[in-house]
Write a protein of this length. Sequence first.
Length: 436
Amino acid sequence: MSNSNNKNNHKKSIAMFSIHADPLAPLGSQQTGGQNFYVRLLVEELSRIGWEVDVFTRLDDQRKKQIVQINKKSRVIRLKGGKIGYISKEELITVLPEIYNNFLSFINFQNSYSLFHGHYWDGGLIALKAHLHFNKPLVTNFHSLGIIRIQTKEKYLMNKNNSSYLTERLNIENEVAKNSSVIISLAKTEKKELQQFYGCPEEKCKVVPGGVDLKRWSRVERSKSRKILNLDQKGFILLYVGRLEWRKGIGTLLSAGNLLKNEIPNLKILIVGGKIFGRQKNLDDYKEYKRLLKKAEQEKVENITKFVGNIPNRRLHFFCSASDIMVIPSYYEPFGLVALEGMASKIPVVASNVGGLMNIIKDAKDGFLFEPRNPLSLKEKVLLIYNSQELRQKLIQNAYEKVKNYSWKSMVKKIDEIYKDLIIKNKNENSPNSAI
Ligand code: UDP
């Protein structure tokens, strides 16, 4: 594969690496969630203000084209690494050198990008290599930190045996953090963790939260959206939206359902996410779905719980409009785009008191926070909303006011400034006069 056109000869040109998260992939399976969506929105907004972005990702499906234009200025470039198909994170580590070599061949070993921006530890490592090779600034978004994943596992699974994958991931993250010119964290909590566990200097880490497009999430009348989705008009619906993954805490929601079903007539639990149906199903998603089905049976909520699989993002506002409360029961959540989406859709959000969620939601003011992995705590918060229309309206209104401040435009404005500063600094450092 070679870079046939001269597209990169532009000063405002970025090479972005989102290796396991293709920004054009459909969302909602174990491998595709917030990061894919974030990178796509970031690139769209950056292009709007004049940046040319090439997003490099791993080719994971034979049917995908190798180069796809996202818009006039930016494109996705899929590089081969290992077998073309799904590979685990363990395997991903071993194919990163191949992906980096394919990147170098793609650019004919000539760099014309002004800056490298890596996402997650995998994209971070490729961007780091490019940074060291070509001496251009390195920006990193971690999206999730290995150390917090390990701590969460130890806390809740009582599992102190970390796989070699996690150990290696930690080493990579430390290297990437040490060499990054700037790290962009979506939440203050991550910034603190980077300082505490990775020794990042305060000034290296900039907090720039994710955004939400209010128009996309505008409300559709409840009975109409229930009709569209073929949902019971009388049900009191608790909605979960996200990937089917252990750390998302869906089990806690099912346990809370057991505690609530005698208090709330017509209680329903609606679970959106997971590629679990048809021939295209993802095996990891399906395994977690089966585990959750069993859990629903144990909790005697199988008859009131519905798994609908992953839904295209542009249709999710129907699910929000049709539901009574959005529940985000994560054990660990670096940011939580769905919280913003629920708030924009004008449904009350009840989320666990962790990570980015506790930065977004102010308890009892614009949503509720509950103790992670505690169904009783979740039950109490749900009942407070169920029992008071007044409280419900107050939470919705305050949340909507707050969420107006989270726009993709303002997020990208801050990132634009970060890029420009770094590029100028890099130019000055490398100009012939800089040594004088
Ligand atoms: N999402 C979607 N369809 C689904 C499930 C999720 O479009 O079936 C989207 C959801 O709206 C959100 C993103 O996937 O924009 C998930 O991001 P979040 O930060 O909440 O979680 P993450 O995937 O990063 O853990």
